[in-house]
Design a protein around this ligand. Structure first.
Ligand code: ATP
Ligand code: MG
Ligand code: MG
Ligand code: MG
Length: 567
């Protein structure tokens, strides 16, 4: 492919809204462009990466014996009413009406459609087990789309659904999918962990695991034990009953420095820990309120869960608080309350009080039309420094080996569930077993964020200057870069090399643009193909410079003399 003909609008600077390293580089390397919040176009290079990831996913699904289908995105509301999820799913479900005012949902996932299909088409144990999968567009009206392809509102997912005659059969499929997921993530060059997970809105009666790509921008917290290998999503993690929580108060007028350990009796699960911490949080915020003379200026709740806000409002009273989830405003606020956990009720709590920023925060909040009752501008806060009160996210675990737990951030790239008969029961799917008895098929479902994988790979392989794409997903294998395309000798050698590489089945990008070498090299680093071959002055002697990710990582290139045959 000739680069002069390819739409690769590289950028020297990342757009201001880009909020993660991988996202910035995907934009800068001209791979994607935003159309609206959480909605992206894939330009030619980005599309090639996406297709490569899709190919890996498809190969591994096929290897695991799954059958590819394509199910409709537009789904009648009645189907969602049958499963009970039309209301349960809430505002994340995108809804629309057709010209006859019939209601539809744009599929965020396809349990309903696929269960209806099985209900109509599968009625005997002889047809079981089987697994259907598809790779397609999903819609979720995420409350906070962010980090580009990591959390989109329109995104590409591979979703698979298995139907089995009993739980043993489901176990076998679950294991096969587990293996397939590990292979996919390894082939994509990802550093990942498989963790115990919580079922969320998909629900189900059996176990569920998430596959987490490790990255600081990850929105999930993973709890691991280096000693025994325990790994779980924080939402799921179990804590030992003797777990203790550190409660730290930093310096501040009226509040002496204090670090105390609070024993947490009978705390076994995150829910129990949450409720314990919540009580502590309430006491703490009330102390702050007291110190601030009852006039708390602003509290910003960060977190995806509306329940966080509701809980805080109920605990503390909306009158005293401004609740907002705007990051810009959050950075100016005097008081920031951050929660982790499935329904808020905090495992981690951070309180920052920045007196100097107070007036701006009030202005900011006013401009944003926030509720500000009880706020008095210019309030003389009793605390003279940034206050940081933190419940350490620590705890010794359980039940397991007793060693301390480690907390890491992860991107949920895949999720596998044992659903059981939740959907088959609700939607009346059944089959006749060997003994002629009517039974509900035992289901599993298995999702992988295909577009999220692209973003996760970009995130893990981002450098200062570009994304070093793993060879398995790179848009091309080799970047051939003549220092001067107009130089006849260089052009001749490049064309010969291109042909030889193509003959060996490699995908080649030739930078035939009339650009300064510096521009070409910068673009080449941004695009990040695994191998660069620079053809310059030595072309006459068949001398080229070879670069690869490995060499680049050590800051080297190697000058090589092509053999007569290669030249
Ligand atoms: P999250 O916790 O990040 O919101 P989820 O648990 O809601 O994800 P699932 O319902 O388990 O997601 O969907 C299966 C997979 O689809 C996820 O593991 C993830 O890789 C991907 N995915 C989910 N939501 C998005 C999104 N908004 N943008 C991109 N990929 C997504
Ligand atoms: Mg979600
Ligand atoms: Mg999740
Ligand atoms: Mg999930």
């Amino acid at each position: 492919m000739r680069q002069s003909q390819l739409l690769v609008p590289t950028l020297r600077e990342a757009p201001a809204e880009a909020d993660a390293a991988g996202h910035r580089l995907l934009l800068r390397s001209g791979m994607i462009r935003q159309l609206a919040a959480g909605i992206y176009s894939y330009l030619p290079l980005g599309r090639r990466v996406l297709l490569n990831v899709e190919r890996i996913v498809r190969e591994e699904m096929d290897r695991a014996g799954c059958q590819e289908v394509l199910l409709p995105v537009m789904q009648p509301a009645e189907l969602w009413e049958e499963s009970g999820r039309y209301t349960q799913y809430g505002p994340e479900l995108m809804r629309l009406k057709d010209r006859h005012t019939r209601e539809f949902a744009l599929g965020p996932t396809h349990e309903e459609v696929v269960t209806a299909l099985a209900r109509d088409e599968v009625n005997s144990y002889r047809k079981l087990p089987f697994t259907l999968y598809q790779i397609g567009t999903k819609f979720r009206d995420e409350r906070r789309p962010r980090f580009g392809l990591l959390r989109g509102r329109e995104f590409i997912m591979k979703d698979a659904y298995s139907f089995a005659a009993d739980w043993d059969e489901l176990d076998r499929t679950y294991q096969a999918m587990n293996t397939a997921y590990c292979r996919i993530l390894e082939r994509c060059g990802l550093n990942y962990l498989r963790v115990e997970a919580d079922a969320g809105t998909i629900g189900g009666q059996g176990e569920t695991h998430e596959f987490m790509a490790l990255a600081d921008v990850g929105e999930d917290t993973i709890v691991t034990c280096n000693h025994c290998g325990y790994a779980a999503n924080l939402e799921k993690a179990a804590f030992q009953s003797s777990s203790s929580v550190e409660y730290i108060q930093a310096e501040g007028a009226g509040m002496g420095a204090e670090v105390s350990r609070i024993a947490t009796p009978d705390v076994r699960t995150i829910a129990e820990l949450s409720s314990f911490l919540n009580k502590k949080a309430e006491q703490m915020i009330k102390t702050l309120l007291y110190l601030a003379d009852g006039q708390l200026v602003a509290a910003l709740v960060r977190g995806d869960h509306e329940l966080n806000e509701i809980a805080l409002k109920q605990v503390l009273g909306a009158e005293e608080l401004v609740l907002a989830d705007d990051e810009a405003l959050a950075s100016q606020a005097q008081l920031t309350v951050g929660y982790l956990g499935p329904v808020g009720l905090g495992v981690r709590m951070i309180v920052d009080v920045d007196v100097a920023a107070m007036p701006q925060a009030i202005t900011g909040a006013n401009e944003a039309g926030m509720h500000l009752s009880g706020v008095r501008p210019g309030i003389d806060f009793a605390l003279d420094q940034v206050e940081r009160i933190r419940f350490a996210e620590a705890g010794d675990h359980c039940a397991l080996c007793g060693e301390p737990l480690v907390f890491t951030k992860g991107i949920e790239v895949g999720h596998i569930f044992k659903l059981g008969t939740k959907y088959s029961d609700a939607m009346g799917a059944s089959f006749l077993d060997r003994n002629g008895r009517q039974c509900a098929p035992v289901m599993g479902c298995y999702g992988i964020g295909v577009s999220r994988l692209v973003a996760a790979i970009a995130e893990q392989h981002a450098t200062e200057t570009g994304i070093r794409w793993p060879a398995s997903v790179a848009p091309y294998d080799v970047h051939l870069i003549p220092v001067s395309w107009k130089d006849e000798q260089q052009q001749k050698l490049v064309l010969e090399l291109e042909q030889q590489l193509l003959d060996r089945g490699l995908r080649v990008l030739v930078d035939d643009r009339d650009e300064r070498p510096g521009v070409k090299f910068k673009d080449a680093e941004l695009i990040g193909l695994p191998v660069h071959i620079v053809v310059g002055r030595g072309a006459g002697e068949a001398q080229v410079e070879l670069g690869s990710h490995k060499l680049a990582a050590s800051g080297e290139t190697s000058r090589i003399q092509l053999t007569a045959q290669e030249a």
